[in-house]
Design a protein around this ligand. Structure first.
Ligand code: NAD
Length: 425
């Protein structure tokens, strides 16, 4: 008898469940494991009372979902956004389970957040909200329980408020309870560049297995924020020719290659860290989406989700796409690219340098000993290369696309550990 299938009204959660069931059935996963892994271990909803600057009290809703702790403590971000709800957190927590599993790190999947509009809150209101939320979720977070990290609209400052609050409640310093902390206070060197470095490493490994020399490869990169800029730099350092970069101000295209030093200098000097006004030899300014369609070999969408879809994917000229952003290719876009013969490295392999970097921060916090930036980078590249190879080999052996291969190897590791540990809770 087949296991009962969950459905959800929330689109993200429904998609996460459908993707899981699809892969699980293809893998022949046992029904008991399908039943266990299609549910979250814990969904916590909390009220977050905040004294506003005008003296009134506003009560926000907060969430923390732990999808699985089979492999280790739950890991995943905390976001501040009006759309946050329990189902969205559950969907994202489930994706974190697969991402951590694929990354080969000892974590399960979690996600949380507060339903709020951070843009209308003062810094003091945000601090009070962060501290009240931390106190509410304190019973289920901890170095060996659940280790949250920054996500949409949260960063190092929020992590410090969370850690400081729980530390004061428990009367002890517990640096490994949150990652993404500033270097000044228990953070790690190398974390800032980790995701982009990992994305570029996947691109370079793909070139290697295809027998292509990076110096002959022209690459285009959408987004020049944290992920895109360091992806570009790492690729250029390896010899690849970056012919296009972009941000919300447009696409900057030069068939001779973009001068990245100038591009970094441009964003450093711009008040909003944008490429606005950038130019270099042979550089032409194009429309915001043109970065996706320029003549190149490799395309790295590193900005937004859903950019390669039923309307845009057909215009892609690149033969290889490496997903730096989360979900830049929609299911329709995926099919169009596959029909065109475009090979794709999926997001939860390509951008896992971020969570691997968080694991390194946690490992250093446990040791109470800081690594050099060089050690951090070498370890990151070593792990990314191994993970790429594992997925590539699986895809070749089973004759499936890399996205499916990544998903199946990730689910398998969690399922194997569930079996090993046995059902108790
Ligand atoms: P960011 O805010 O630092 O940078 C985003 C960049 O995209 C900016 O250059 C912005 O100008 C550009 N952009 C925004 N809208 C655009 C548009 N319509 N067209 C072209 N460019 C546009 O964000 P980030 O941290 O680099 O994250 C980018 C993506 O990578 C997101 O999907 C994020 O979820 C994912 N990701 C980030 C990390 C990380 O460690 N930062 C880890 C994993 C996944």
């Amino acid at each position: 008898m087949s296991a009962t299938r969950r459905t959800a009204t929330n689109v993200l959660l429904d998609t996460a469940l459908k993707n899981f069931y699809g892969a699980a059935e293809e893998m022949g996963l046992k029904d008991k494991l399908i039943s266990i892994l299609s549910h979250s271990e814990r969904r916590l909803e909390v009220s977050v009372p905040v004294e506003m600057d005008d003296g009134s009290v506003q009560v926000f809703k907060g969430y923390r979902v732990q999808h699985s702790t089979a492999l280790g403590p739950a890991k995943g971000g905390i976001r501040f956004h009006p759309d946050v709800d329990a189902d969205e957190c559950e969907a994202l927590a489930m994706l974190m389970t697969w991402k951590c599993s694929l990354a080969g790190i000892p974590y399960g999947g979690g996600k949380g957040g507060i339903s709020c509009d951070p843009l209308v809150l003062s810094v003091k209101e945000k601090e009070r909200m962060s501290r009240a939320f931390a106190a509410r979720i304190a019973p289920i977070v901890g170095t060996w329980q659940d280790v949250p990290a920054p996500d949409v609209n949260t960063g190092g400052q929020e992590m410090v408020w969370f850690m400081d609050t729980i530390g004061k409640m428990r009367g002890q310093v517990e640096p490994g309870i949150f990652t993404g902390k500033p270097i000044l206070y228990w953070g790690s060197k190398g974390r800032n560049e980790a995701t982009g470095r990992g994305v570029a490493t996947c691109g370079l490994e793909l070139m290697k297995v295809l027998g292509k020399n990076p110096e002959d490869m022209r690459v285009s990169i959408q987004g020049f924020g944290n992920v895109g800029s360091y992806t570009a730099k790492t690729l250029a350092d390896a010899g690849a020719k970056v012919v296009a970069i972009s941000d919300i101000t447009g696409t900057y295209y030069s068939p001779k290659g973009i001068d990245l030093k100038k591009a970094f200098a441009q964003i450093q000097s711009h008040p909003k860290k944008l490429l606005e006004g950038f130019t270099c030899e042979g550089c032409e300014k194009l429309g915001i989406s043109d970065v996706l369609f320029v003549d190149c070999d490799f395309l790295f969408p590193c900005a937004l989700d859903g950019v390669l879809n039923d309307k845009t994917a057909d215009k892609v000229k690149a033969k290889y796409v490496v997903e730096g952003a989360n979900g830049p290719v929609t299911p329709d876009g995926d099919k169009i690219l596959a029909d065109k013969g475009v090979m794709l490295v999926p997001d939860f392999l390509a951008n896992s340098g971020g969570v691997i970097g968080s694991y390194f921060e946690w490992a250093q916090n446990l040791q109470g000993f800081f690594w050099t930036e060089e050690e951090y980078n070498n370890r990151l590249i070593h792990i990314m290369k191994g993970n790429f190879k594992r997925v590539w080999d699986y895809a070749q052996a089973k004759n499936v696309k890399m996205r499916r291969a990544a998903f199946m190897t990730a689910i398998q590791r969690v399922a194997d550990v569930e079996e090993l540990r046995g059902i108790f809770l």
